[in-house]
Design a protein around this ligand. Structure first.
Ligand SMILES: Nc1ncnc2c1ncn2[C@@H]1O[C@H](COP(=O)(O)OP(=O)(O)OP(=O)(O)O)[C@@H](O)[C@H]1O
Length: 323
């Protein structure tokens, strides 16, 4: 056994709920899926793991949950090394990957009762109350008696989350939990994630949707081609990245011409909105040039950089969700 008895166990040796150092996975076929990843997930955060499809998110999650062995590097979850201490650590980690495995012919409640019964440490005398509490937390109490086949995809995801919440968890790991959901289902899962985090559970959630991470997460790591591009508090990820100059005008074509003359690069015209890179020169001069050229300027300003701008600035690539 590599475990010290509970009474003599050291306080956590490694900071961060998840911490990886130079974590690398090369698949047998030679594909380098994760390349020297250094990740630090702070306690209590809703941590977004963001990257286009194929950027290595699922592979990382599988290593963190002890499902596959890293090729090299180390990973600690809740302060303990994985996969070595997986048996001690994983009971404190709730996971939802690739959608929950459900029995369609059973009701939502009966599915949870089965999950609970499969856990040898779960006391059968308190099973019903545990299941009811989990159903309540994910807002499925009213639908608990319906067969799982009759559930929408969003309800199935919520039931999966309920299963992950049958025992107290310090960490929840969710792999693309809103994938395939309609906008309403997405909103429900996002608000549920925020709610779960508000009572102290750290949530590590992967997504290929920039907006989603911006709305839902306190911190994020951005991946591209298996490498970490940036990580930190969400509001800070986009600082240091210049926003874009945005001009609103009914004379968009003429405005674009003048802006180009004024040294504004990467111009994009959409309807009555012209945007481009913020030029080096005084913006008052740029505005004056537009007015002098007869452009009717209705709006003129610099928009704060988004996470998408940060991604483009950091990787030199567009954030292509089809990856
Ligand atoms: N079992 C495997 N064997 C070989 N290559 C794999 C395997 N699983 C994933 N890959 C490759 O590793 C790279 C990273 O894949 P991964 O699934 O981790 O990315 P992802 O960011 O989670 O994307 P997605 O959202 O599409 O799952 C991809 O190029 C993928 O084709």
């Amino acid at each position: 056994m590599d475990e010290a008895p509970a009474a003599t166990r050291q306080p956590e040796m490694v900071d961060g709920v998840i911490r990886t150092h130079a974590l690398t996975k090369r698949y047998r076929g030679g594909q380098l899926a994760v390349d020297r990843l250094d990740l630090t997930v702070p306690e209590g955060s809703v941590f977004g793991f963001l990257g286009p499809n194929g950027s290595g998110k699922t592979t990382t999650i599988r290593m963190l949950l002890g499902l596959i062995e890293p090729t090299s590097g180390t990973a600690h979850v809740l302060g303990r090394p994985v996969p070595r201490a997986a048996r001690t650590v994983l009971p404190q980690v709730g996971a939802l990957i690739e959608g929950p495995a459900l029995y369609g012919f059973l009701s939502g409640r009966d599915n949870l009762l089965r999950y609970d019964a499969a856990d040898p440490t779960a006391d059968p005398r308190t099973r019903t109350s545990r299941v009811d509490a989990a159903l309540d937390r994910v807002g499925l109490t009213a639908a608990a008696g319906k067969k799982a086949t009759a559930y929408s995809l969003g309800m199935k995801q919520r039931l999966g989350l309920a299963a992950a919440l049958l025992r107290p968890r310090r960490l929840l790991v969710l792999d693309e939990p809103t994938n395939g959901l309609d906008p309403q289902g997405m909103r429900e899962i996002r608000s549920l994630v925020r709610q779960l985090a508000s009572d102290g559970t750290t949530v590590f959630v992967s997504s290929h949707l920039l907006d989603e991470i911006e709305q839902m997460c306190t911190h994020a790591a951005v991946m591209a081609h298996g490498r970490l591009v940036a990580q930190g508090p969400v509001p800070e990820l986009a600082t240091g990245v210049r926003g874009r100059l945005v001009v609103t005008t009914p004379d968009a074509g003429e405005a674009a011409r003048v802006l180009k003359e004024q040294g504004v690069g990467d111009l994009v015209v959409t309807g009555d909105r012209v945007s481009g890179q913020v030029p080096e020169r005084d913006l008052a001069e740029v505005n004056a040039a537009l007015v002098t050229a007869g452009v009717r300027v209705r709006g003129f300003g610099v928009e704060r950089a988004s996470l998408e701008d940060a991604f483009v600035a950091l990787t030199g690539e567009g954030f292509d969700v089809a990856g």
